[in-house]
Design a protein. Structure first.
Length: 163
């Protein structure tokens, strides 16, 4: 990669980092190509992107973004995942790291907050947006359905007594 290509790559990734909701960093040393493809597939399902990066170039790409504090994590064989859905991405990475011990989550960030490994794993335990929406709808519908059952119950009792 020549200097102009590196500058273009850095500027492209910098704009991605400014626009993204969350960034997670992990070591991938020892993962096979098949494993990396599987990880990319799982992350793609959540709308996330996974990139294998040169550490020095990634540190430059993080400059002037909310994730500049993550620069210290880029040592060794690292990958960076970023997306607009931090919870889905955290779940996918956490699940994959449990199945394959060669993926070691180092930390990440969401907005201006920086997470360590425990923070990323606790984020993975939260319900996804769709799950949270379903829980809220269920809570809102429950009182209405209970009210309907109470109102219909006297009519059922009369029908049962008449039969």
């Amino acid at each position: 990669m020549n200097r102009n290509d590196k500058q273009a790559w850095i500027s492209s990734l910098n704009s991605d980092m400014k626009a993204t909701e969350a960034v997670f960093v992990a070591h991938y040393k020892g993962l096979s190509v098949t494993d990396m493809d599987a990880l990319r597939g799982k992350l793609r399902e959540t709308g996330a992107t996974l990139k294998v990066t040169k550490n020095r170039l990634m540190r430059l790409a993080l400059a002037d973004t909310n994730y500049e504090k993550l620069s210290d994590l880029f040592n060794g064989a690292t990958v960076v995942a970023y997306a607009g859905d931090p919870i889905g991405m955290a779940k996918a990475m956490n699940t994959f790291s449990k199945e394959n011990d060669k993926l070691e989550i180092l930390g990440g960030g969401m907005g201006s907050e920086v997470f360590d490994v425990a923070g990323v794993k606790s984020l993975a335990l939260l319900p996804s947006f769709d799950e949270a929406r379903a829980m809220i709808i269920g809570m809102l519908q429950a009182p209405g359905s209970k009210m309907a059952r109470v109102l219909v119950a006297p009519g059922r009792e009369e029908q049962a007594a008449a039969a």
